[in-house]
Write a protein that binds this ligand. Structure first.
Ligand code: MN
Length: 284
């Protein structure tokens, strides 16, 4: 098991200064992996990022949420094509940096939909994800679909829905990506979905119910860690937390980050790293 942290804990801008800040912050706090949101593939200096990660002995994963303009679950072929293009650009970024995973809301837009997903739209989504996964397989990159709550997608809101989606794909290079913040809203508990996904669980986000300090909310993380241990989970557990103290122009508004849950990213990161590692050790 490796412990990761989302770069939005440290910076809202992935320019050189932001990359430096998040790489140094993640390394100093004891993390193995830095997750980079690839919301702007053209604006990311992949060579600079790769060099910074290597010099701090960090691995990289990439994540993103598609938008209404790049929604591959749309029925509009032009929008689907734009989304496919965006996903392949993001895959290029992960490959160029030498990353291991591309995850997140990459099967629909990350937005509050006003109607259910359509059958034709879901078929478009599966076709594009299948083709992305085949290309990713050739490059040694794993694809994982993040299960998010009903206010952020209308395609996959539970682990069961993710597994049913995976069953329709030709590629086996697609896994389930669970996030405790979303599980708290949509699932019955934090352990059943983990057991249900079993070996098809490929990525985990750990976050509190309010997305602040781990352990300061009401989520029963012991149940999560016991379930992860029992399926012999060997992937990444990435800490995700958001505060108005760090603003990402692309992400903060989409996620509804309106209030200040913390102001010291380094303290937050160090405590979360300790929380995850000690919780993991406690259920050994
Ligand atoms: Mn997440």
């Amino acid at each position: 098991m490796k412990v990761g942290i989302h770069s939005s804990v440290f910076t809202g801008r992935l320019d050189h200064a932001g990359i430096e800040k998040s790489v140094v912050g993640a390394a100093d706090a004891g993390y193995d992996v830095l997750e980079i949101p690839i919301m702007d593939p053209e604006g990311l200096d992949v060579d600079f990022l790769a060099a910074a990660l290597e010099s701090h002995n960090l691995q990289m994963t990439g994540s993103l949420g598609l938008t209404s303009e790049t929604d591959i679950s749309s029925e509009d072929p032009a929008v689907v094509a734009a989304g496919e293009n965006r996903l392949f650009e993001a895959l290029d970024c992960v490959a160029d940096v030498g990353g291991s995973h591309l995850c997140g809301v990459i099967y629909s837009a990350m937005t509050k939909y006003q109607r259910p997903a359509s059958e034709a739209g879901i078929a478009n989504s599966k076709r594009v994800v299948d083709s992305l996964a085949s290309e990713a397989h050739k490059r040694g990159i794993s694809i994982a679909l993040e299960v998010v709550n009903r206010y952020e997608s209308n395609v996959i809101n539970t682990a069961g829905e993710a597994l049913a989606y995976l069953d329709d794909l030709g590629s086996d290079n697609v896994a389930v990506h669970l996030d405790t913040y979303h599980m708290n809203i949509e699932e019955s508990n934090l352990w059943q979905p983990v057991l249900e996904a079993g070996p098809r669980l490929g990525y985990v986000h750990i976050g509190e119910n309010h997305r602040g300090y781990l352990g300061s909310g009401h989520l029963p993380f012991g149940a999560l860690f016991r379930a992860l241990r029992s399926i012999e989970y060997d992937g990444v557990i990435t800490f995700e937390s958001f505060s108005s103290a760090v603003v990402d122009e692309n992400l903060s508004n989409t996620l509804g980050v309106w209030r200040n849950l913390w102001s010291d990213p380094n303290d937050l990161a160090a405590r979360a790293n300790d929380f995850i590692r000690s919780s993991w050790a406690a259920v050994q």
